[in-house]
Design a protein around this ligand. Sequence first.
Ligand code: SF4
Ligand code: SF4
Ligand code: FES
Length: 314
Amino acid sequence: MRATVQVQKFNPETDAAPRLREYQLDVAWRGNTVLDALFQIKHELDGSLTFRASCRSAICGSCPMVINGRERLACQTLVADEIDRCGRIEVRPLRQMRVIKDLAVELDPFWGKVRAITPYLTPKPNRDAVALPQDVEGGFHNVDACIMCGACVSACSSLEVSPGFLGPAALAKAYRFVADPREGRTRDRLESLGGEHGIWDCVRCNFCVEVCPKDVKPMEAIIRLRREALREGLTDHPGARHITTFMAIVRREGRLNEARMPVAMVWPNLRRMLAIVPLGIRMFLKGKVPAWFHRPIPGIREIRRLFDARETSK
Ligand code: SF4
Ligand code: SF4
Ligand code: FES
């Protein structure tokens, strides 16, 4: 099979900008991976091509790249599938990370965020008293399958605008320890994860779930961390207040009250209230302020019963 492979080449020490270089390959068989193709280019056509790889078995997490626009492990992606899908193969380095050369990116910031979540167990004092339940692996919801490849970090839309965000890989790792019954600092962990650039920065775009080669579902781990934080009463963050205020209004009126929502979110913090006054005035002048008073909807008792049932089932 003949394959056209375009690879982003860039040496920051000598090149002004990245460029795509095209290679024509004879691919021996349909089972060849994109990583095989990159090695073939390196051995036969361009010895300067730089990329990372090790296990060639989707285990070590070394070879994530953007292949035909999507984060994939090069050792897990078949050349034939990509040619069938796109007619050619385009390989670029991971996004959100500085390119060292060609497809190799700087990973220090990635590992810095993993270190920031304390990626090891800090056991309860009497560790003998805390047995690891048989089904604990189910409780981790597969986050322990993460191979730290960074594909999710490359795809994360929140990181694009907020580079300080801890990101999906570090937060999925953090969930692994919050979910561990032997962990002794669960509340401290949740407190720190709920701060600036933590769990509330995720915009739930689902991209991390789509690209993860190990079905870790980082976004779902982040949602579980948010639930745990709310359960612990850690609500001093706009993201947390948005949820608690939304639920309180729906419980009272049976639907969202768009006029009360922003005020209730900042109440009784005077500084935050003053911050939304200019917006309120602009909305008032343009006739955009929604009605403040609503009658509860018919059937509100049923809705309140649902909230009560949820409270008692916790
Ligand atoms: S769901 Fe959240 S963590 Fe995952 S990619 Fe989107 S913003 Fe990032
Ligand atoms: S969560 Fe998935 S995509 Fe992200 S680092 Fe782990 S294995 Fe890679
Ligand atoms: S080379 Fe190890 S995951 Fe691809």
